[in-house]
Each structure stands twice: as structure tokens, then as C-alpha cells.
Ligand binder design. Structure first.
Ligand code: SAM
Length: 248
């Protein structure tokens, strides 16, 4: 199986605000369930700066991963989760709201991005350092990985957008999965080029990838994923250690 990396609008409410940073706004994401007798609803407010760098707005892959997590919320309670390249951190914040112990991370050389993640947490009544952790973790630099707590799950949305750092991400994942036997890496990515593939890297670092079917994601909240995709093609994969696969 090859894992190529070829490469909107939604029902979110956008509340604009003018500030020194430019066109900042709060984007609202609603997660709900009409399937059970008890109506459940979670509203997440994400501060965004559209003119900012990559990490200041929510990419289409993020709400898809967030809905995937929301729909598995019972299994997230007390799970220890790390989000890589979190940006505005929608998936990690949803997981924390569902009862997971979450560490949000982004590049350690981007202090403004890390500050923006903290802003996202505070906008959702999650106090960094108390309810949720925010750390600098640059892909391929494994020194910060040693300071992480034990993990059950690693997540990421739209981090495979620059082939020059694919191996840095894969090395980080291989290292984290080796340190946290039994953990998985689940991520969404947007197709950007037919020439991009992580297949050789997976083989090199002894990792196994499997596609996750996205057909049902969003249904519980009555959302059609195409609304988020804005014409892009997005996939979800699960990566585990090859030797773990053999043992199970
Ligand atoms: C395309 S954005 C995706 C952000 C967010 N996950 C989303 O889907 O909305 C890529 C993210 O990766 C982060 N990033 C880029 N290079 C990185 C690196 N070398 N190490 C860690 N994070 C990095 C960026 O700061 C940014 O937040």
C-alpha cells in the first residue's frame, strides 16, 4: 500500500475582531450527538489570525480529526494524548474536553505559536499547566521527547505538508511509539502532491500504516465532512510499530 500525500466552509460561526495582530477572529466548532437519548453538545472557540503563519488558523484536516475523537469520546477518558504540530489545537482541545490528559505541542522555535496554543486553551476554559499542557516539540529533535509523560495516543492534523521534514516526523513517531509500547499515532493529512509518499520512510523506521475509513465521521454531529474539506482530499491514517502488529 502506498501512502501518497497528494495535494471551507463549515457550520462554524466566525466572530470577527480587530486587534493589533490584524484580522483576528474566533471560530466556533460545534460537536453534538442526537443519537442518544441525552443530547450532548460541545462548543469549542478557536482564536484565529488569517494573515498569520501556518499555526494561527485551523486547517481542514483538524476538524475532521476532532470529530473522529469526539465520536470516540467515551474511550478518551483519562487517555494520555500528545498532539504534534498542534497549531490552533482543535483536536487536542476536544480530547481534553472529553476527559483526556492532553499535551499540545508545536515547534520549540515558534514561541508565538506556542503562545497562540495557550490562547486557544484559555478560550475554552482550559488552563495551561493545570488542565492541559503546552510544550515546544520540534520534529526530529528528540531531546524534548524525553520530558514527555507516558502516552496512549499521538495525534496530528496536517503536519505532512513539507516533504523535507517527513523523515523528522516519522523519526519522532518511531521514537515515541518505541517509548510508549501499545500507543498509536492517528493523523489526518491533506493531499498536496502525487509525488509525495511516506511509504519508504515507514519501512525504514519499521512502522505500519493503515487507512482509517472516514465515511461515518461527522455524522453524529450532523456534519458532512465535505463542508470542512473545501475541495481538498483529506485522509486519515493510523501508524503503529511493525513488531507490535506481529505480536497481536
Ligand atoms: C499546516 S499547520 C497545521 C496546524 C494544525 N494542526 C491544524 O491542522 O490546523 C502545521 C503545524 O506544524 C507546525 N510545525 C511546522 N514545522 C514544525 C516542526 N519542525 N516541528 C514541530 N511543529 C512544526 C506549525 O507550526 C503548524 O502549527
Amino acid at each position: 500500500m502506498r501512502f501518497h500525500m497528494n495535494g471551507g466552509s463549515d457550520d462554524n460561526e466566525i466572530v470577527a475582531a480587530t486587534g493589533s495582530e490584524g484580522a483576528a477572529h474566533i471560530r466556533k466548532f460545534v460537536f453534538s450527538s442526537n443519537e442518544r437519548s441525552v443530547n450532548e453538545r460541545l462548543e469549542i472557540k478557536i482564536p484565529e489570525i488569517l494573515q498569520g503563519a501556518y499555526s494561527f488558523y485551523t486547517w481542514p484536516s483538524a476538524p475532521i480529526l476532532a470529530h473522529f475523537l469526539w465520536e470516540r469520546r467515551q474511550s478518551l477518558v483519562c487517555k494520555r494524548i500528545l498532539e504534534l504540530g498542534a497549531g490552533t489545537a482543535l483536536p487536542g482541545i476536544v480530547a481534553a474536553k472529553c476527559g483526556a490528559q492532553v499535551v499540545l505541542s508545536d515547534s520549540c522555535i515558534l514561541p508565538k505559536s506556542l503562545a497562540h496554543i495557550r490562547k486557544s486553551c484559555v478560550a475554552n476554559q482550559l488552563q495551561p499547566g493545570v488542565d492541559i499542557d503546552v510544550v515546544g516539540l520540534s520534529w526530529g529533535l528528540l531531546n524534548s521527547v524525553f520530558r514527555l509523560p507516558p502516552l496512549d495516543l499521538i495525534i496530528a492534523a496536517d503536519c505532512f505538508y513539507d516533504p523535507t521534514v517527513f523523515e523528522d516526523i516519522i523519526v519522532t513517531i518511531a521514537f515515541l511509539l518505541e517509548r510508549n509500547r501499545g500507543a498509536k499515532f492517528i493523523f489526518t493529512y491533506q493531499e498536496r502532491s502525487a509525488d509525495w509518499s511516506i511509504e519508504a520512510l515507514l519501512k525504514k523506521w519499521k512502522l505500519h500504516a493503515a487507512s482509517i475509513n472516514m465515511d461515518e465521521i461527522g455524522k453524529e454531529s450532523g456534519i458532512d465532512l465535505l463542508e470542512f474539506m473545501g475541495g481538498h482530499t483529506i485522509h486519515m491514517l493510523e501508524i503503529t510499530l511493525v513488531d507490535q502488529l506481529v505480536q497481536t
